[in-house]
Design a protein around this ligand. Sequence first.
Ligand SMILES: NC(=O)c1ccc[n+]([C@@H]2O[C@H](COP(=O)([O-])OP(=O)(O)OC[C@H]3O[C@@H](n4cnc5c(N)ncnc54)[C@H](O)[C@@H]3O)[C@@H](O)[C@H]2O)c1
Ligand SMILES: O=P(O)(O)OC[C@H](O)CO
Length: 318
Amino acid sequence: MIAVAGAGAFGTALAISLASNGPVTLWARDAAASARMRERRETAYLPGVTLPAGIDITAEMAAVALADTVLLAMPAQTIRGFLEANRDALDGKALVACCKGIDLATLTGAASTIGAILPGATPAILTGPSFAADIARGLPTALTIACADEGAGHRLQRDLTTGNLRLYRTTDTLGAELGGALKNVIAIASGACIGKGYGASARAALMTRGFAEMQRLAAHLGADPATLMGLSGFGDLTLTCTSDLSRNYRFGLALGRGEAFDAGATVEGVRTAEAVAHLARREGVDMPITTLVAEVVGGRIEVAAGLGQLLSRPLKEE
Ligand SMILES: NC(=O)c1ccc[n+]([C@@H]2O[C@H](COP(=O)([O-])OP(=O)(O)OC[C@H]3O[C@@H](n4cnc5c(N)ncnc54)[C@H](O)[C@@H]3O)[C@@H](O)[C@H]2O)c1
Ligand SMILES: O=P(O)(O)OC[C@H](O)CO
């Protein structure tokens, strides 16, 4: 039995896709919102999409406790608190983190967070190029399922593959969680670059050098370089840095244009930029683009001055 915890855009889209395989529980933390979704079979997160009958929408954690696999589809900064608050319901299960960010307090990704809080659980990561709006409409994509336990990884790959989601398997949870988190920061930089009017050539350069620093940090921390080259790294970086459907990219666009952005939107790259800037400094890894994004989103430097700093760095080999 599968449950999805978090009934925002991504959790609901995943539940819709998984419901084509069999019954799914979708847990929303807000009881009133859950009742509304159950009654109307729709959600403001995915306008125009009807929720299939196979999704059981609930605000009861007891319903989640019945599942053997729980997908965690909430913002990265909330995962730790959610796990701590629901230890009894979640321990011993396969917990598949679907968030893309680095925890600001611990500077770790979701698989490490799960392992630290619930030693009896099996941590896994589901990540890769995937807009909730696409998945909810049944459009196809390919994702990475990462689980250090090979047997559990095979089971999750089988259970979470659907008619529109093709899953590739790896045991490298570290590489998978880093790719998904780090690309959001580069997407903010890419949006700011376009918003400021620097053009597509500059964005391609930023994406490429951004990818270089993603790979540098991942290799330093012990991830498999091949993971970063796959769907969770290169694949998702390409999508998020080039599409208006991305909130991280659109947040960057607004920054570049000097416009306000929806304060309630989930823009993972903001806090992850700050977390990764700390992590890079602590580990002695050179990450100039991520560090500048942290400075820009923290309001300590303007986009134009940030680009000036990048261009005036000492010349080096590629
Ligand atoms: N939207 C996408 O296209 C997409 C695709 C892939 C991955 N993701 C990732 O999924 C994660 C969630 O993104 P989203 O788009 O669903 O965000 P969202 O803003 O649409 O929804 C977030 C959900 O998390 C819930 N939530 C917030 N704080 C919580 C807490 N403390 N405890 C429990 N639940 C809480 C909210 O009630 C809401 O239902 C992010 O890490 C994002 O990077 C999103
Ligand atoms: O809207 P974003 O920027 O959070 O991106 C959504 C997904 O991560 C794209 O794969």
